[in-house]
Design a protein around this ligand. Structure first.
Ligand code: SF4
Length: 442
């Protein structure tokens, strides 16, 4: 069947697929990575910068089940008994570096996998160690990702006591049929009852993940999902069209005809519009490419700080972060991670130096992620800004960007194609910045 090109905007994307992940948008920036062999030495020599905003990311790569669509780094089992102790040990090792212990952290994010597969005691001890070993801002945003069924009443009450103030629940859909297809546990009614209980327990900032355009999803099912979102009075939602990862169980099911095929791009666009039409009318506003929030209920500081080139202290197997001008990754292999944490240095092995060129490009892509670009962001490039001006002009002609007096904003179509636009900017920025010297003072 030939492709319907009417949905593909003009000159840039005609031959490419819609990118659905911000990692793809950022991928050209790998050009600015260079291996950093001495991560501990780097930390010792960093001087404290109190103006720098910081986050902490804690990766818990365990899940009690394998969702059929998922390709994330996760292990299908409960965390081993020592996992929370390894994280505590990691926190204490990092805290021995003045740069880490004295900087102020504005946001903490427990991600996975499913962080709530850890025991209540383990999670509580991690939260307490973070407070006793590091410096948290009094109003720090503390997020825990969870599934409805791993978030027990005991954990809800412990989170309340320990200052967790943002819950991100992987619901994906309220349709019982859809939930079975995606490998999610429990019925829609059980999900609704649990979220109602969480809200009644006093959590204001509760959001969910929603997947749309999964195989066989009808418009009626999507409308019911949106009705549930409206009636549960959620602070926000992240909405993703289903990505059919070649290694996922769902991919095999689609390819062997065990379930319906994935809806085409036209259906994806129609469903995307349905979500925005209904929820914007309902008072939600656009925060970033895949995020809608209720005004003054959720500002998602964690992701803002990362795009502003703030620090992220990453902990746990498979976690990735940044301290100063080094980006680093913990091994996703549990045994290697355990050995590294227990070694005399106690720090991960893979670090990559970046420089101001990465920061310039990353910040600009971040602004696009949040839907807006200022004219001064382009003027910064002086004589080279003509290349970016040309790109923005073409995007305006294609109906992806609109101009205002001193800034550009993504149109609805621009939001839909936002990661492609981000990647296009990243490519141009890498070309413009590559010939600049690494030392910005030269
Ligand atoms: S979608 Fe979430 S809960 Fe499901 S397997 Fe992936 S990480 Fe685990």
């Amino acid at each position: 069947m030939s492709k319907d090109y009417s949905l593909y905007p003009g000159r840039f994307f005609k031959k490419s697929e819609r990118l659905r992940s911000h990692h793809q948008a950022l991928s050209p920036l790998f050009a600015f990575y260079s291996e950093e062999p001495d991560f501990a030495g780097h930390l010792r020599h960093l001087s404290l910068d109190t103006s720098r905003r910081r986050t902490i990311y804690i990766h818990i790569p365990f899940c009690t089940r394998n969702c059929t669509f998922c390709n994330l780094n996760r292990i299908k089992k409960l965390p081993p008994e020592d996992y929370y102790k390894l994280i505590i040990r990691e926190i204490k090792t990092y805290a021995s570096y003045q740069y880490v212990s004295e900087g102020v952290y504005n946001a903490i994010y427990f991600g996975g996998g499913t962080p709530t597969t850890l025991s209540t005691l383990g999670l509580k001890k991690i939260l307490r160690t973070l407070r006793s070993s590091l410096t948290l801002a009094p109003d720090a945003e503390i997020t825990v990702e969870t599934t409805v069924f791993d978030l027990t009443k005991e954990k809800i009450s412990m989170f309340k006591e320990e200052g967790v103030n943002r819950l991100s629940i992987g619901v994906q859909t309220f349709s019982d049929k859809g939930r079975r297809l995606l490998g999610r546990k429990g019925t829609a009614q059980e999900v609704i009852d649990k979220i109602t209980f969480i809200r009644e327990s006093g959590f204001q900032n509760v959001g969910i993940d929603l997947i749309y355009n999964y195989p066989g999803q009808s418009e009626d099912e999507l409308n019911k999902d949106l009705s549930n979102i409206e009636s549960l009075d959620l602070a926000g939602l992240s909405f993703y069209s289903l990505i059919l990862h070649p290694k996922s169980a769902l991919y095999r099911m689609v390819n062997t005809g065990k379930c319906a095929p994935l809806g085409d791009l036209k259906q994806e666009w129609n469903y995307f519009n349905l979500i925005l039409d209904r929820l914007l009318k309902r008072g939600f506003s656009f925060l970033e490419l895949t995020k809608l929030v209720q005004p003054n209920r959720d500002s998602y500081n964690y992701i803002r700080i990362r795009y502003e080139n703030g620090d992220t202290l990453a902990l746990g197997a498979g976690g990735g972060g940044r301290l100063g001008d080094v980006i680093y990754f913990n091994s996703p292999n549990l045994n290697i991670y355990r050995q590294q944490v227990k070694s005399s240095v106690g720090l991960p092995k893979r670090g990559f130096s970046i420089d101001y060129r990465y920061d310039i490009a990353h910040r600009l892509i971040g602004k696009l992620q949040f839907g807006q670009l200022k004219q001064v962001d382009l003027d910064f490039f002086k004589e080279d800004s003509k290349y970016l001006q040309r790109l923005t002009k073409d995007l305006v002609i294609d109906g992806l960007l609109q101009t205002h007096s001193a800034h550009f904003s993504l149109t609805r179509k621009g939001i839909f194609w936002g990661n492609n636009i981000g990647q296009e900017f990243a490519r141009v920025l890498v070309r413009l910045l590559a010939h600049k010297t690494k030392n910005k003072n030269k």
